[in-house]
Design a protein around this ligand. Structure first.
Ligand SMILES: [Zn+2]
Length: 287
């Protein structure tokens, strides 16, 4: 190497420095304008795992999960969560142990007891993952829906509806004032089931208008919303949430995959509901 001088390269970051660019985190390296932003020093401050205070989708033994609510809460405390939403199935998914209204009230009694027991070291929210019927109505009465802390609306049937009908179906669900989040919005399972057909412009417009949150499902087989749609949602002013959809306590650590996906979509703290303190989240959900 006679006559040659190494100007950079000891560490990856030093290459960016030598080029007078800000460092680009690995996740958003997708050729979507990040190089331009790095040169102009206006890359967003991406959300980080340390910013995440909760997990907004999980299933217990009350429906098709394998752990008790207590076990889930303890595991969530180990992960540093301040609160969690228990969101067992409600509606038609009988094979998934969907709860009826009588069982829901019993579950709430258990959650009240556990919240007392934990004395504030973690707060358990009363949630439900409620089926969105084919016509966009919810598979649970408004009277019950209004008493949940958080209601997730989910497509679990009739995935092949034409785009217009499917869009109308989810629009109607978002217009229900009790529905807070649309969970795994496109229902895709990577390698097994394609995304449902949506008119995305309408979905984002109505989500913003109704202040409905769209989920990034952190199950790595789902990763739903996709990074592309999550990025579009953020640009349209839609709030996103992360939920592991854990069916056993070990899956609660999948929250990290949700964070990766959010970072690929250039998400900052401000776009992710899970970065809010409990009071602020509940305020947001009541809107
Ligand atoms: Zn689901």
């Amino acid at each position: 190497m006679a006559g040659k001088k190494i100007i950079s390269g000891g560490e990856e970051k030093s290459i960016y420095e030598a080029l007078s660019m800000d460092y680009i985190e690995p996740e958003p390296r997708e050729m979507r304008g990040e190089i331009d932003c790095a040169q102009k020093h206006n890359l967003p401050n991406l959300v980080d795992i340390q910013d995440i205070r909760d997990d907004l989708q999980m299933h217990s033994v009350w429906s098709d999960g394998t752990c008790s609510i207590k076990e889930l809460a303890k595991q969530a405390m180990c992960l540093g969560h301040e609160y969690i939403a228990i969101t067992d199935h409600i509606g038609h998914l009988v094979i998934a142990g969907a709860l009826n209204e009588k069982e829901i009230k019993k579950q709430w009694e258990e959650i009240d007891k556990l919240n007392n027991l934990f004395g504030g070291s973690i707060k358990i929210l009363k949630g439900g993952e409620v089926d969105i019927n084919a016509d966009g109505s919810m598979a649970c009465s408004d009277e019950i829906l209004s008493q949940f802390d958080i209601v997730l609306g989910s497509l679990h049937s009739q995935f092949k509806m034409p785009k217009d009908e499917m869009t109308k179906r989810v629009v109607r669900a978002m217009q229900n004032v009790h529905v807070d989040v649309i969970a795994h919005p496109t229902t895709r399972v990577i390698g097994r089931r394609d995304e449902v057909a949506f008119d995305w412009e309408t979905i984002f417009k109505i989500a913003k208008k109704t202040k409905t949150i769209l989920e990034i499902n952190a199950n790595p087989d789902r990763a739903d919303l996709s990074d592309v749609n999550a990025l579009r949602a953020i640009n349209e002013g839609v709030m996103l949430s992360l939920g592991t959809d854990a069916h056993r306590k070990e899956q609660l650590q999948n929250i990290q995959f949700g964070v990766y996906q959010a970072r690929r979509a250039w998400a900052t703290k401000g776009s992710i509901a899970n970065t809010l303190g409990l009071d602020n989240l509940l305020k947001q959900l009541r809107q």
